[in-house]
Design a protein around this ligand. Structure first.
Ligand code: SF4
Length: 370
């Protein structure tokens, strides 16, 4: 039999959701915290630490596939300033929370939302949409701003004492910091729990995956997250791309890229010099040509500054080990970034990504108007 809990709490790892959980626990409720994990947010590796640090029962719930599907199909309520689909994200997470609420016999779901704190997902109309479309309805309680919202079922039934809830609103965080002091939380986490979809650098890389990967999977986003993402474009207009390459920026990236390599992928490793590891993602039915493999090896070698300088001095090619499908070969390459034949290795520019995101949103709005 699964264990029983009174309340399910969404815990992003940020301060607000943590405070909301503490407020309800103070009412004697048994809480199960959920930390949702996708390639863009979630901290499964910190769950054990948080359990001890905050004295809360907590589990990581991986929703990567559902989240990526939502991005591929495009979020119904659009993106925020970057590639953050906040309203649809909350709807998706709450749907999952409702499932778990039923499984664990809980009577409410709580979040750390604060009315008016974030422009996209914490306006009153957005809060109502999220409540309605997630199916959580009146069982959703937002303890930090509950007194500014209509009474929910757990409050009406007396399960939760409304008088002990708060009326926080806006972007000022004084109330939260005072409350953190009250609960003895000294290690103050960041407000949002760190979502990569709100960062421009990551958003442009993720948008390129959505644009050019034939059937984007969670692991494709993990690959571009752990390195400098490059695509091989057919021309300098950057309209069509094929090969996706992620080049490690440091030792941690290099190790992570090795772990992320799938059977048919191409792993590029420097042989006999210090340089980055790179992962070439090979999509189904889209094998790379020999020329593309060679060009990716040259590009990767160009990110080894010392070795590239020695090539300039002595003209001796650099050796790159290429591993794929359990086989290895060594290529001798010139460290260079040009792809040749009119093709171009490039990261995807944010300006272009933003234009495309806006154009899609405008087309959608026009379609709705008819
Ligand atoms: S910032 Fe990221 S995690 Fe937070 S609601 Fe938006 S998309 Fe979801």
């Amino acid at each position: 039999m699964p264990r029983q809990y009174d309340v399910i709490a969404l815990l992003s790892g940020g301060l607000d959701s943590l405070l909301a959980a503490h407020l309800i626990r103070r009412q004697g409720k048994k809480i199960l915290g959920l930390n949702f994990v996708t390639p863009f947010f979630g901290k499964a590796h910190l769950v054990e630490k948080w359990k001890n640090l905050y004295g809360l029962e907590l589990m990581a719930v991986d929703v990567s596939r559902e989240f990526v599907d939502m991005l591929v199909e495009r979020p119904g309520h659009g993106f925020g300033k970057m590639l953050n689909p906040c309203v649809d994200c909350k709807i998706l997470l709450l749907r999952k929370a409702v499932e778990l609420m039923r499984e664990y016999g809980a009577r409410a779901v709580i979040t750390g939302e604060v009315l008016g704190q974030r422009p996209m997902s914490q306006r009153l109309d957005a809060l109502n949409i999220i409540k309605r479309e997630s199916g959580v309805g009146d069982l959703l309680l937002r303890p930090l701003c509950a007194k500014l919202l209509p009474e929910t079922e757990p409050e009406q039934s007396g399960f939760i004492d409304r008088s002990a809830l708060l009326a926080l609103s806006g972007r000022n965080r004084k109330g939260q910091l005072a409350l953190a002091g009250e609960f003895g939380i000294t290690d103050i986490p960041t407000p949002a729990g760190g979502c990569l979809l709100t960062e421009q650098e990551k958003s442009r890389a993720y948008w390129a995956v959505l644009r050019f990967a034939p059937n984007p999977a969670p692991t494709d986003f993990a690959v571009v997250k752990n390195g400098r993402p490059y695509w091989l474009f057919d021309s300098p207009t950057l309209d069509r791309a094929s090969c996706m390459l992620s080049i490690g920026r440091n030792r941690e990236d290099n190790e992570r890229l090795e772990q992320l390599a799938q059977k048919d992928d191409l792993l590029f490793l420097p042989a006999g010099f210090t340089g980055p590891t790179a992962l070439g993602r090979v999509f189904a039915d889209a094998p790379w040509t020999n020329a593309e493999v060679f060009s990716a090896a040259s590009l990767t070698a160009s990110f080894a500054p010392k070795a590239a300088r020695s090539f300039e001095l002595d003209g001796k090619p650099l050796k790159m080990l290429v591993r794929t499908g359990g086989e290895e070969q060594v290529l001798e390459v010139k460290p260079e970034r040009a792809a040749g034949n009119g093709r171009v290795w490039s990261a995807y520019p944010w300006e272009k990504a933003r234009e495309e995101i806006r154009a899609e949103a405008a087309a959608k709005a026009r379609a709705r108007a008819f």
